[in-house]
Design a protein around this ligand. Structure first.
Ligand code: ZN
Length: 249
């Protein structure tokens, strides 16, 4: 099944998790539903709390309840600004446009990704501080194993310093703030570390820890650095054009 076909002519999904990362349940309407095979369907909703795999953050999983039938959400995918939920029903049901849905995300998994995501931004800041330069982000993965990746070179002897700085900021309990910007307003801060990796969406969200750099980000974050807990930097690794730092929270 072509995902592009499923989202054709469907309006962009309201990404409710951008406005409240701590919400776990929501009500929505089916905008499109395409049968795959057996009890598996692709479902598009008008809004969702399921964060799709994007920006290095893995997909949320959880469940949708449609007409009293439970559907396990195996993954959520972002296609042209539309979130497609790939679900497996527990009983046969013909899912149709206009049906009401109650969705619930797996909070344990989500909260882990929130803590890791905020930790990744904190690492961006601390790597810059310790190396005395701006290190452009090449990528990150907040699943297993967890890492951030930067352009340039890095000396392993600095890893402990980065870890100490990050843990000091964590224990200070710094506020994590978010604000929303249009694409134009965003251009003013386009020298941010991950500017080239932004998804194609209408409104951009800026995430800022305390008074650190403003980072465009569509991910989910904790409200306070204390929630990250202890951060451990495992090792570094050379990658094409840069380096990777593996971490755990
Ligand atoms: Zn981010």
């Amino acid at each position: 099944m072509e995902l592009g076909e499923i989202v054709k002519g469907v309006e962009q999904t309201k990404l409710s998790y951008l406005y409240d990362s701590y919400s776990t349940s929501f009500e929505a309407k089916v905008l499109n539903a395409v049968h795959e095979q057996g009890k598996s369907w692709y479902v598009v909703l008008d809004q969702t709390l399921f964060h799709p795999k994007s920006g290095g953050q893995p997909t949320d999983v959880g469940e949708l309840v449609i007409q009293g039938v439970k559907a396990n959400v195996k993954k959520a995918m972002l296609v042209n600004g539309v979130v497609v939920h790939y679900v497996k029903l527990e009983k046969e049901l013909k899912i149709e446009k206009g049906m009401s849905v109650r969705g619930t995300i797996d909070w344990g998994l989500r909260y882990k990704y929130m803590r890791r995501h905020t930790a990744a931004h904190l690492l961006d800041h601390c790597v810059n501080l310790v190396t005395h330069r701006i290190n452009k982000t090449l990528g990150s993965w907040l699943g297993e194993p967890t890492y951030v990746e930067y352009q340039g070179i890095f000396e392993d002897v600095l890893l402990k310093q980065v870890e100490e700085k990050a843990n000091a900021f964590i224990s200070q309990g710094l506020e994590v703030k978010t604000e929303f910007l249009s694409k134009d307003a965003l251009k003013e801060i386009l020298d941010s570390p991950n500017a080239e990796r932004l998804p194609e969406i209408q409104v951009y969200r800026i995430v800022q820890i305390d008074s650190f750099e403003k980072i465009p980000c569509g991910g989910t974050h904790v409200k306070n650095t204390k929630e990250i807990g202890a951060l451990t930097l495992k090792k570094t690794e050379k990658v094409e054009g840069g380096f990777r730092i593996y971490f755990e929270v």
